[in-house]
Design a protein around this ligand. Sequence first.
Ligand SMILES: [Zn+2]
Length: 283
Amino acid sequence: MHLSDKYPFLIKYFESGIKNPEKSIAHSILFYGNDINAQYKLAIYISRLLNCKQDKNFDCNCLNCNWINNGEHPAVLTISRKDNKPDDDESKTVISLKQAAKIKQSLLNSSDFHRVFIFCDRDDDNNILGLNRLNFQEETANALLKTIEEPPKNTTFFFLTRDKNDLISTIISRSQCFFVPSYENEIIDWTPIKDIFENYFEFERKDVFNVACSLNNLSKNSIETLEQIQSYILSLMKSNYNNKPFLVKLLHDIEAVEYTKKQIISKVTPLNAFENLCIDIIK
Ligand SMILES: [Zn+2]
């Protein structure tokens, strides 16, 4: 599926920010969610929007877009334990202090490009993975804080991670954070929850506990039920591209369901977890 079909809300948000003459997007952008590859593609696309000298289309073939698509742009850099290490850097498992120093040094020179640094992890098979406190440690993050907060003009940092809490709070507080929903659950059949949950956004506050109770009674496997709910919300997102306020609500709700999964994994009773969810998303 095309990026713009998957994430029309995020794409529109960044396009309108970048196309305005002030280029009003944050210096530091944090993506989180289970699909790190989608986050990486989004960061690459935004890097193209920032550097494209033509009409900023998806299929643009200008020099900047081509360079970025091929991973060869001199100013759009992936920063991982495997990418863009200084020659004398022996570290293998982390984004190192030397890498941080190299970035800061490079920013002392001016550039004709919009500089982008995409922080992520990469495994031995070249798959893009998310940051955590082991591969992006506190002292390296701290070495970059001032730069992230007040970078030179035309500089953007991206941080990719599965869970916001995998990053130190000082990075989170300096970044604009976006949840990137995973479409892995889209193929899940949500008919089991249909009778209970369809059109939940029209339910009323007084329905909350009944709905939570019915969801809880539906199956012994609460995670499965939650994935069906996510699949249903994803289908709503696809059919409501142009309704921005509704999309914002759906994005919030799908993230709330993700949070509910974590509650259940950390042993909150399923009934309580479903109640918390319904209180959160049924207004
Ligand atoms: Zn272009």
